[in-house]
Ligand binder design. Sequence first.
Ligand code: ADP
Ligand code: MG
Length: 702
Amino acid sequence: MELDVLNAVLKPKSIAVIGASATPGKIGYTVVDNLVTSQYEGAVYPINPGASEILGFKAYPSILEVPGEVDMAVFTIPAKLVLNAIEECGKKGVKGLVVITSGFGEVGKTDLEREMVEIAHRYGMRILGPNIVGVLSNSMKMNASFAPTLPLPGKGALVSQSGALLIAIDMSTFTRRVGFDKLVSIGNMSDIEFADLIEWFDQDDDTTSISLYIEGLKNGRKFMEVSQKATKPIIALKSGVSAHGAAAAASHTGSLAGAAKVYGAAFEQAGVIQASDLNNLFDRSLALSLQPPMNGENLLIITNGGGVGVLATDAAERYGIPLKFAPEDVQAELKKHMPEFGSAKNPADLTGQASAEWYENSVRNSFAHPWVDGLTVLYCEVAVTDPMDVAVGIKRAIDESGVKGKPLTVSFVGGEKTEAAMQWLVEQGIPAYDDPDSAVNAMAALREYALMREHDATFTKADTSSAKEKAMKIIAAARADGRDALTEIEAKKVFEAYGLPVPKCDLAATEAEAIQMANTIGYPIVMKIVSPEILHKSDAGGVKVNIKNAEECRQAFNTIMENARNYNPAANLHGVVIQEMAPWGTEVILGSINDPTFGPTVMFGLGGIFVEVLKDVTFRVAPISEKRANVMVNEIKSAPILKGVRGEEPKDRAALAKTIANYSNMVFDLIDEVSESDANPVIVYEEGQGVSVVDARMILKK
Ligand code: ADP
Ligand code: MG
C-alpha cells in the first residue's frame, strides 16, 4: 500500500505544477518546460490563478478545478502558500507531493515543515522534499525538476540529499558515460526518506541498482533493515563525517567512534556497499547497475600493456581481491593468443602486439573457465589495433561464451577513439573505465556485494529476558540509592547475567572481611576500591594486583582505602572488592555508545596503545551475532596479534566473539537505562582457554 502511494511520485500518470509560470527563468516555468522537453506522456496541469495557458497546456486557477485525476503535484510556490495548497491537493485526491519549495526545516522552520506533513498524511498523501530539485526518470520520460535535462539513460537509480549535487551529477552523467534511469532529490526528508525509496526501487522493474548520496539519516535502524532486505545492490556515499563525530564525542567510546566508523559499520551490517568519493560512487554504481556479483575470489586480468597490468595488480590487492596465478589449463589457452614473450600467468599480458582477434579469443576461452570468477580486460591504445575493434571483439566473445552470472569490467587507456570504444561498451552493458584502478575497484564492489549477500541478518538477538530482568533489578537498586553509576561489582553482576565471564569477586567493608574473602577465593587476588564516585580506580591508587597472602591483603586494604580518601575526600567508599586474579593474557576492550543515528552500538579493540594512540577499534550496531562479532575481531588492524604472531599461540577468538555478541545483547536490552558501558580490559587467553572480563563499568542515564 505504501509502495502504491510512492508510485504517485515516481510513476505518476498525471502531474499538476502548483505555481506554474509562463515567465521563463522562474522555477514554475522550468518545471513545465522540462516536462515538455522530456516528452512526459501523462497529463500536465499547470496551476496558476493568473494564467489561462502555459507552454501549450491549459492552466487552472486552483487544483480543485482540474477536471481529471492528479497523481502528483509539484510545488514551486513560496513556502507561506504551501499549507493551503496542500489542503487543496488533499481535497482533490492527489496522492504524492513533490515540494521543490525551500524555506522549511533547513532555515529553522521545522514547525511549518511538520504541519505540512501532518496535513498531507491526513489525506493519505506522501511528501518528497521540501527543498529539492525534483524527480527525474528516463523510463517515465519525466523531468519533474528544475535540473536542465534528464540524465544519460542507465539502469540504476540515484538519490541525493544535496540538490546542487544532484544537478551536477545529472550533467556529469554525459561526460562520465555513467547513466541513471532515475535521479531523486530527497532534500529535507520531511516524510519520504531513504528507506522508503530503497523499498520502492527494489520492486521497480526499471531499476537494477540503488545509489545514495547521504548526508545524514533520520532513522538509522529502519534504513539498515530495509537495505538488508533489498534484493538489489545499494551503493552509498556518506559525507559530513566530522560534525556527527563531534556530537557523539562526549564519551570515551564516543570520541573513538565518529560518524565514519559507525556509518561504515551500519553499512556493512546492512549490506550496503560504500563509495569513497564521488568518482567512486559513479564507478561502482556503473558496475553494480550492469554486472552480476563476483561469486568467488579469482579475478583474471587480460592486458596488452605491462604497466596497466601492474597498476591493476596493485589495485586488486588494495581493494581486497588479490590476484592469483591462473591454473595451467587457463594459461595454456591464453598462450595460444599471444606471442612467445607474452605472459599467461595473471595478469595475462598479450603484449603490445595484441590484435583485436587475440583479445577476442583469449576472452572467449578464459571467461567460461570455472576457475575465473571475474574478468577485467585492460587495453592501452596502440597504433596496431583499433580500440573499437577490441571493444567489439570483447563483447562478441562474452556473448558467444554463453556465460551468465560472471562479471566483466574493462579499462581502456588512450585518446578519442578509445573514449568512443568505451562509450560503446557501456551502451552494451559492459562497465568501462579510463583508469585500470577504477575497473578493478568496480570489480571489488561486485565482490563486496557477493560477500555481503552471504552475511547473516543485520541484527541477531538471543532471548535474554531473564538476564534483562536481573539487570533491571540491579539498576533499580542503584537508582534507589541515588546513583547514576553502578559499582564494578554491580556492573559485573549485570555482565554475568548476560553470560560474560567475570572473575569471582566480593565486597569487603573491613580488613577482617577482606582476609576472610581472600581465603575463600584463594590467593593470588586483586583488590580494588569500590566507590560510585571513583570510576577510574587506578587513577586513585585504588587497584592492587597479585596480592599473595593475608599480610599483603591487610596492607592493601588499608592503602587502597587511604588512597581513595586522599584522592576524593567526598567520595562514598563502599569498601574494597576482593577478586580472583585472572592470569596474564592479551588485553582487549569493549565499549558501547548510544549513537544519535543508529542507537545502541558496540565497540571492540585491542587494549593499551592500540586504542589510545592508534584508535584501532571497530563498531557494530547492536545486537549482533557471534558470526558478525567474529568479523569485528578479525577486521581491526592489530588482528594478527589475536591470530598469533611470531610463535605466539592463537588467542581464543571464538570465546571473544561470543563475549562481544553477549555484550551487544546487553547493550541493546539496557539502552533505555545505560548511557555507556565498557569492559576494559577483557583478558583473552589461548585458544580453548576463554576470556575474562576483569573490569566492568556502567553509567546510567540521568
Ligand atoms: P581501572 O580501569 O578503574 O583503573 P581496572 O579494574 O581496569 O581499574 O584495573 C586496572 C588494571 O588491573 C587492569 O587494566 C588489569 O590489567 C588489572 N586487573 C584488574 N583486575 C584484575 C583481575 N581480576 N585479574 C587480573 N588483572 C586485573
Ligand atoms: Mg579498567
